[in-house]
Design a protein around this ligand. Structure first.
Ligand code: AQP
Length: 332
């Protein structure tokens, strides 16, 4: 079956609603139909400063949340990026294949380095997308389930795979982004024109799945809408209401048109109160399941160890082929 690969950073502790609806939810669905590889990308995390103790705790916490969200180690390969050294090894080759100007055009780097102060950004942050290229190509992934903000990095992956194949002979599968239109970009609840993000959103605009459900409900009830009163999906003119409808529709499986009909003649207050309840029903068991995995770190670590072993088998084979194509002398 076709292969998918994706990753999530263990940086903020809790996943936010954008991570879940934009990416993780699709990962859970795709493990049924695809040969799926999912990882906690700790190598990516250190592109910005991390406290070692927190990084270790957050890596386990990210894995626990992925399992709580529905990843099943029997149906997918779940692992930690640093457990598979081939990622860093292939990344070097990809670094040497990437133009400096090409890397300089990555908008996520521009945004993140601008926020940090350009001189303070690490070289690792600059080459982050190239490590991501290696992540994807090592597994010969056909599709990469991510949010819209990652599209440019998957495009870079396609370019580099094609370039390598052209220069050295057919080696890598050229992957496609897998981005669901409806949930490609979940917006900040207070500023519905910008994406919900752990580093750029204000606390009131950001829904962390592991927060107190009561606090989450309150954030939903105080989401920014508009001065109109009609509940209608219209992202251009009604970004706040449309974002709430997207979230509501995805979490409940109710179509947006059906929601519009249900709320015809009702006010924004009714929509927000009901969505707040939907959110509480979603996050409450999610938090409990996450805690259960955290309470049993031995099981969690053994799931990750088995995942790393499965991942390495695939990654090592691809790396060996790539090293050979490049012209490295085999050891022994
Ligand atoms: N708002 C979002 N809507 C849809 N998808 C989103 N993703 C992130 N934000 C949204 C997707 O979540 C996956 C994992 O993200 P990541 O761990 O790589 O973190 P990120 O993209 O750096 O997440 P943030 O919150 O946006 O962090 P900052 O603020 O540091 O940039 C990815 O597939 C991503 O597309």
């Amino acid at each position: 079956s076709p292969r998918v690969l994706s990753g999530i950073q263990p940086t903020a502790g809790s996943f936010h609603l954008g991570n879940y609806l934009g990416a993780v939810r699709q990962w859970v669905a795709l493990q049924e139909s695809h040969d799926a590889f999912y990882m906690v990308v700790d190598l990516h995390a250190i592109t910005v400063p991390q406290d070692p103790k927190e990084l270790r705790a957050n890596t386990r916490l990210a894995a626990a949340q992925l399992l709580a969200a529905g990843l099943d180690p029997e149906r997918c390969t779940l692992f930690v990026q640093s457990h598979v050294p081939e990622h860093a090894q292939l990344a070097w080759v990809m670094n040497c294949l990437t133009g400096f100007g090409e890397a300089s055009r990555m908008t996520q780097f521009k945004d993140k380095s601008a926020r940090q102060g350009a001189d303070r950004a690490s070289v690792g942050l600059f080459t982050y997308p190239i490590l991501q290229v290696a992540d994807i190509l090592l597994y010969q992934a056909n599709e990469v389930p991510v949010g819209e903000d990652q599209r440019q990095h998957v495009e870079l992956t396609r370019d580099l795979a094609t370039r390598f194949n052209g220069r050295y002979g057919e080696t890598f599968t050229v992957p496609k982004p897998y981005i669901l239109k409806e949930t490609a970009k979940i917006y900040d609840l207070q500023e519905p024109s910008v994406k919900m993000s752990k580093s750029a959103s204000t606390p009131k605009g950001l829904i962390n799945l592991l927060d107190e459900p009561k606090a989450t409900a309150k954030k939903v009830r105080s989401a920014v809408t508009d001065t109109d009163t009609v509940i209608r999906y219209d992202p251009e003119n009604k970004p706040g209401v449309s974002n709430l409808l997207t979230i509501y529709s995805t979490l409940t499986g109710t179509g947006v048109a059906e929601l519009e009909a249900t709320y015809e003649g009702k006010g924004y207050g009714a929509l927000k109160t009901d969505l707040a309840e939907v959110m509480v029903e979603f996050v409450t068991p999610f938090r409990e399941r996450t805690q259960q995995y955290l309470d049993d770190p031995e099981t969690l670590d053994s799931i990750l160890a088995k995942g790393a072993e499965k991942a390495r088998a695939v990654a090592a084979e691809t790396l060996a082929r790539a090293y050979d194509r490049v012209g490295f002398l085999p050891a022994k």
